[in-house]
Design a protein around this ligand. Structure first.
Ligand code: SAH
Length: 244
């Protein structure tokens, strides 16, 4: 029985890949990948390597997670080296944990290869450090997929009154609700935030605004995109370096 490598592909820039990830891609018999993984990486695989796309479009899952789990499992019965390539880090909103549990339950060996997560790297490419002495002593990475108006919300919004940085992933279509909610809990309307689209790639777009105007300013911006809320956003004025 083969081995499955649950591998982080990094945030987009090909070079933001670990040495270990590159090695397992080169050795792979099959690479199972999704939309966020840079397709250029597949060129690193050896001749005869099989590629299986299990991509998810935003919100709409082109393949249900159960089917993805089963696809990985079936490939592990067939091949020695199975690479499951996922955008960013496999354990940061990547459902890598679910895939690992599925394999564990079936006695399949696996390894986790952490990746550079977009939640930190994308702000960095926009010149926004997620922590900064005297500005933010911590940062949170939060799902933006869940509507803030949901009754059973597990997100502790009331804890978000501090100036710690909040990075919302998968939040673009809920941005109006997220901005409103943050103002409701007491953040000022002119509180800094940014939306960063296709970060770390040549298509990177950074929109800087406030909770009040970010929705208007970022209209029509393409996915994938993440939202950074916090005073650290201001540092971009000095730290902007990429895509100048
Ligand atoms: N495991 C991934 C995150 C998966 S959730 C990681 O660690 O990066 C998918 C979300 O990540 C997207 O909805 C978007 O909010 C964010 N994202 C991923 N790549 C991005 C990029 N290049 N630019 C902006 N946001 C990105």
């Amino acid at each position: 029985m083969g081995n499955v490598y649950l591998t982080g592909a990094g945030p987009g820039d090909m070079e933001l890949l670990t040495v270990k990830a590159l090695r397992v891609i080169k050795e792979a018999d099959v690479v199972i990948y999704d939309r966020l993984a840079n397709p250029e990486l597949l060129k690193e695989a050896k001749d005869g390597c099989e590629f299986v796309y299990v991509g998810k479009e935003d919100g709409r899952h082109s393949m249900p997670q159960d089917d993805i789990n089963e696809t990985i499992y079936q490939n592990s019965l067939k091949y020695e080296n199975v690479v499951r390539l996922k955008g960013g880090d496999p354990f940061v909103f990547g459902r890598g944990g679910e895939e690992a549990v599925y394999l564990h339950e079936r006695g399949v060996g696996f390894e986790i290869i952490p990746g550079i997560t977009s939640s930190v790297a994308v702000p960095a490419y926009a010149g926004i450090p997620v922590t900064h002495r005297g500005v933010a002593v911590s940062f949170r990475v939060v799902t933006g997929h869940e509507s803030p108006n949901k009754k059973s919300s597990q997100i502790p919004w009331e804890n978000y009154k501090t100036d710690d940085t909040i990075v919302f992933l998968m939040g673009l279509h809920n941005l109006p609700k997220i901005a409103k909610k943050l103002m409701q809990i007491g953040k000022p309307a002119d509180y800094p935030c940014a939306v960063i689209s296709r970060g770390t790639t040549p298509d990177q777009v950074v929109i800087v605004g406030t909770l009040e105007d970010i929705v208007e300013k970022s209209k029509g911006i393409p996915t994938p995109a993440l939202i950074v809320v916090g005073k650290v956003v201001k540092l971009r004025e000095q730290l902007k370096w990429f895509g100048n």
